[in-house]
Design a protein around this ligand. Structure first.
Ligand code: NAG
Ligand code: NAG
Ligand code: NAG
Ligand code: NAG
Length: 956
């Protein structure tokens, strides 16, 4: 005859409830205990009658959810006060409690209690997940309205704070009734360590008939459930204290528990004690791993000829026979989990020599939970938590910012590394209605690469401290109410190309660093030395040697030009700018140009009397020069003989003063001195992209495909910035290979903004001009027809540049009669042979898929109909994929190293539809990606998930 008794049913017995009132405390008490009564209104603590422990209301621990009370029908006189109220979390995927002032690295016992009590009138207890920090603690499955579900775990808490999070899994609204944390010594429960925790299945005190044992009888406040069964067992007990010595027993069972034990009932006819528990197979067949701990102590004084000796076994595992010591606890346990099985049979059998039956005082069964997930870097957590607090961010910002990946905070992107902290790499809180100053806390996100604060109501000035974010590559502050100027540190980062800053549509922001400061007086001759952008001044100071160089050059310059320099014409720049068409959105900033001004005399010194010509444009010649600090520059001087170009000159000067981007050539200054007009740019040592493609001199190595791709992506970034990063958008109107310049690192930048125009989408009247501008071979046919340029006109021209990169030929080629490169490429690609068009000088050193894809992008960009062309944003994304393909090609399969001249690499099709090959290829690639992602997602979901067992050991 077997009688099965579930320990859970015994749980509800006898927890009395009364209330005393103390001040609220969000800190651990003198024992280090944290006891939270969830959903308790007000701020006052109360003392629990049974334990005399003080329970705090939960408002100080969580910011979400609402207080609820269980329905009357479930309230009984014995139900503890903490079960009467609860907090439910109807909104948000993940909601958390944050417990502070813990001891980092210490082992804690965590206990969460759930009493549903039909609080919502739905009579449908929910199922949801519970997390301890970033690791899954357990699934919570409240099986009935009237039960209290208790989940307990022993874990090492890595930080001084712990977040306990409830995650909505789509099966009802998560709620919680109570949350308790109890510190343990690290020597106790050696099976729990930093990478694995113990989830309690059962903790049973045999021989006690009614009362649950916990604090103060158990100083660690474990809950010991009493269990007697008169039909099977007799109870034996002692009134003397049972000693627990940590040297012999790693678990410190309380004396109160050890003072009672069970022995088989005489009438039972058996001398054995049998217990068992059933494993519940997990989803996907992964069984939980169990660790049993059994506690023994002799509680009877034995007669001299008596002996109690027995063996203990679980399934195939058996411990050697032993005799419990009188009033001294002893534990049998496993360090490693038991081998998986569907059921676990525990048997205690007396040895043949034993005169007394076996006894057992208590048992605990745990399963292993993995705690290998590591949270976000603590300095990142502090920074983003401060930001959250300062702006009261209305998002799902609860729990760990990055982990688990599935529940990362909205707007954050993180980097994840195995067994080390995640870092926040991207923060996008645009369109979040945030106001106030830009917090210095942003500067503490040391790993952030991409920070988007656009479209908020930020006011005040831009903190210079942001320039200390060495990883920061992209900062978007556009569409706010920022004022002041762009701080020098950030400006320097922009100029050295390490930062892409967007700050358009901040009406009060002064975008020229110099004009926002008190004007520098230029009365004395000495002042010449400091008429350079503020950013450069700092450099001069540190490079004394170059100042000497400057003095030398100055003398040379002045001797030769002394008599030719006319007195400065002090006509302010603004007059000239004011004459620009009023539709020019940048006109208002004209006054700000003034301080970056060079005199003609200075230009003579800078260029050593216009000695070395770098190139020649329609505007005039471009000269090589050196600033005082040794910075090499290019000086574009308007030809005096030409009446053309005044407007273009001013337009370009205005635009370049306002916008800064690493892929737009940057202007260092300008000269408007009498009839002399010049623009001073950063020096681009490798000249134009056109020269590089053509191979300007025969010794120069031709650009590799990789370098071409890089140049394409760089210049696409620059154009994308004009179209998307500027407000209103700018249309370049003269995109061509000669207007893309390369620096010593072969980084490409867009140049020549003389024809650029603001383009206002909101304004129905698009820019309409009487003169068609642009360069033959690059001009958008639709613009040509309508005389209305759009951003898609630039896209068209850029498509031509891409074709030049692929083919190594010019926009208009002679084959033998003049042919547009687009026609030329389309005709050849229609035959399905890429080798026909690819620049032979690349010697087949490219990934054929990557070349195909660029050709495809180019042809899309040059579609006749504007609407069919991609945006520059699309182009950037596509080119990025090409770069990835090429990288993969270089690092990976050597077999694909040379193109075989057909697209057979990725499709067997040989028809004339160019798109087919490419799309087939992309489709395949994407489907692979999706599969991998979903697999990874599934793995994440399952990782460490151990559902709570419904049954503890039962008697047999
Ligand atoms: C924790 O214990 C498990 C099992 O004994 C072991 O594999 C793991 O390495 C331990 N982790 C640490 C951090 O000691
Ligand atoms: C323990 O003490 C109680 C009350 O004093 C007594 O009734 C009981 O018999 C004692 N038990 C033993 C085993 O001495
Ligand atoms: C039982 O007792 C006998 C005699 O005292 C001894 O020889 C034998 O080893 C004991 N057996 C066990 C299993 O302890
Ligand atoms: C900024 O604040 C103004 C007034 O306070 C409000 O009208 C506007 O909607 C806010 N804009 C954003 C983007 O939050």
């Amino acid at each position: 005859m077997r009688k099965r008794t579930s320990w859970l049913l015994l749980l509800l017995l006898g927890l009395a409830a009364t209330a005393g009132v103390l001040e609220a405390r969000a800190q651990p008490d003198s024992n280090g205990f944290v006891s939270i009564d969830c959903g308790l209104p007000g701020t006052a603590n109360y003392v629990d009658d049974a334990t005399k422990l003080s329970y705090a209301p939960d408002a100080a621990f969580t910011e979400a959810g609402s207080n609820q009370n269980i329905s009357d029908q479930y309230i009984t006189s014995t139900l503890s006060k903490r079960y009467l109220s609860l907090r439910s979390f109807p909104s948000g995927m993940r909601n958390c409690y944050t417990v502070q002032s813990l001891e980092a690295g210490l082992k804690y016992l965590l206990r969460a209690e759930f009493m549903y009590g039909n609080y919502d009138g739905l009579n449908k207890p929910p199922i949801f997940d519970l997390y301890a920090g970033v690791n899954l603690w357990s699934r919570v499955n409240v099986s009935s309205s009237g039960d209290v579900e208790i989940l307990e775990a022993i874990v090492v808490v890595p930080d001084d704070i712990l977040q306990v999070c409830l995650v909505n899994t789509g099966s009802g609204t998560p709620f919680i009734s109570a949350l308790e944390l109890r510190p343990l010594m690290n020597s106790i429960y050696p099976q729990a360590n930093a990478t694995q925790g113990l989830l309690l299945l059962a903790r049973i005190n045999f021989g006690e008939s009614d009362a649950i044992v916990r604090y103060p009888d158990d100083p660690r406040d474990r809950i010991w459930i009493p269990w007697v069964d008169d039909t099977l067992w007799d109870v034996i007990s002692t009134n003397d204290t049972v000693q627990s010595n940590l040297d012999y027993d790693s678990f410190e069972p309380p004396s109160k528990v050890m003072q009672t034990a069970i022995v088989p009932r005489n009438s039972n006819g058996s001398n054995d004690i049998n217990l068992y528990w059933i494993s519940e197979m997990l989803r996907r067949g992964q069984a939980p791993e169990y660790i049993p701990i059994m506690h023994f102590s002799e509680v009877q004084v034995l007669q001299s000829n008596d002996m109690r000796e027995f063996t203990v076994g679980i399934n195939n595992l058996q411990w050697p026979a032993f005799s419990p010591v009188y009033l001294s606890s002893y534990a049998l346990y496993t360090s490693d989990p038991l081998p998986p099985a569907t059921s676990y049979d525990v048997f205690l059998s007396a040895t043949t020599n034993s005169t007394l039956p076996p006894l057992i005082n208590a048992v605990e069964v745990y399963s292993i939970i993995s705690t290998t997930n590591v949270g976000t870097d603590s300095s990142d957590v502090s920074a983003i938590t401060a930001i959250k607090g300062e702006y009261r961010v209305q998002k799902n910002w609860a729990g760990d910012p990055c982990n688990p990946k599935t529940y990362a905070w909205d707007g954050l992107t993180c980097s994840y590394a195995i067994s080390s902290s995640s870092r926040i790499t991207r923060v996008n809180i645009s369109f979040s209605g945030l106001d106030g100053d830009v917090s210095d806390s942003f500067a503490n996100l040391m790993a952030v690469q991409d920070l988007d604060l656009s479209h908020n109501n930020f006011t005040g000035s831009i903190p210079n401290i942001l320039s200390q974010l060495t990883s920061l590559r992209f900062l978007d502050l556009s569409s706010n109410q920022l004022s002041g100027s762009i701080p020098p540190g950030l400006l320097k980062r922009i100029q050295d190309g390490s930062l892409d800053l967007r700050y358009g549509n901040n009406p009060n922001l002064c975008t020229n660093v110099d004009s926002c400061k008190p004007p520098i007086k230029r009365k004395s001759k000495l002042a010449i030395y400091i008429v350079v952008p503020v950013v450069l001044v700092a450099v001069i100071v540190s490079v004394v040697g170059l100042v000497i160089l400057f003095l030398r050059r100055k003398r040379q310059g002045s001797t030769s030009t002394r008599n030719t320099v006319k007195p400065q014409n002090e006509e302010p720049m603004s007059y000239a700018v004011a004459s620009l068409p009023p539709s020019d959105a940048y006109g208002q900033s004209s006054l700000k140009l003034e301080n970056r001004r060079f005199t003609y005399k200075e230009l003579e010194m800078i260029t050593n009397n216009f000695q070395h010509v770098l190139g020649q444009g329609g505007f005039g010649k471009v000269y090589d020069g050196f600033l005082e600090d040794g910075t090499q520059v290019a000086v574009k001087l308007r030809s005096q003989s030409s009446n053309q170009g005044v407007k273009e000159f001013l337009s370009e000067a205005q635009i370049l003063t306002r916008i800064h981007h690493k892929n737009l050539v940057s202007m260092i200054g300008y000269c408007k001195d009498g009839q002399y007009m010049a623009l001073v740019y950063e020096y681009m040592s490798e000249g134009t992209l056109q020269e590089q493609i053509a191979g300007k001199d025969r010794n120069v190595k031709h650009l590799t495909w990789r370098q071409r791709l890089r140049a394409a992506l760089d210049s696409a970034h620059g154009l994308e910035y004009l179209h998307k990063g500027c407000n209103p958008p700018l249309i370049h109107r003269d995109v061509k290979a000669t207007n893309i310049l390369l620096n010593a690192k072969l980084e490409a930048k867009i140049a020549d903004f003389g024809l650029s125009r603001a383009f206002n989408y909101d304004n129905e009247a698009h820019i309409s001009t009487n003169t068609l501008v642009g360069t033959p071979g690059y001009v958008d046919p639709e613009y040509q027809a309508t005389m209305q340029p759009t951003t898609k006109s630039d896209v068209y021209s850029f498509g031509v540049v891409l074709l030049e990169l692929v083919t190594g030929r010019q926009a208009i080629l002679y084959d033998p009669k003049p042919t547009n490169i687009i026609q030329w490429v389309r005709q050849r690609l229609a035959r399905g042979n890429i080798e026909d068009i690819v620049d032979k000088r690349m010697c087949g050193e490219y990934d054929v898929n990557s070349v195909w894809k660029v050709a495809d992008i180019a042809l899309k960009c040059t579609m006749q109909a504007t609407a069919q062309r991609p945006t520059m944003t699309d182009v950037v994304a596509q080119l990025q994929e090409c770069v990835e393909l090429e990288e993969g090609h270089r690092t990976g399969d050597e077999g694909h190293r040379t193109g075989d001249g057909t697209r057979g690499n990725f499709t067997g099709s040989s028809n004339n539809d160019l798109d087919l090959g490419y799309h087939t290829y992309v489709a395949n690639r994407q489907s692979t990606k999706v599969t991998q992602t979903s697999t990874a997602f599934e793995m994440d979901q399952n990782f460490g998930k151990v559902p709570r067992m419904g049954k503890g050991p039962v008697a047999r």
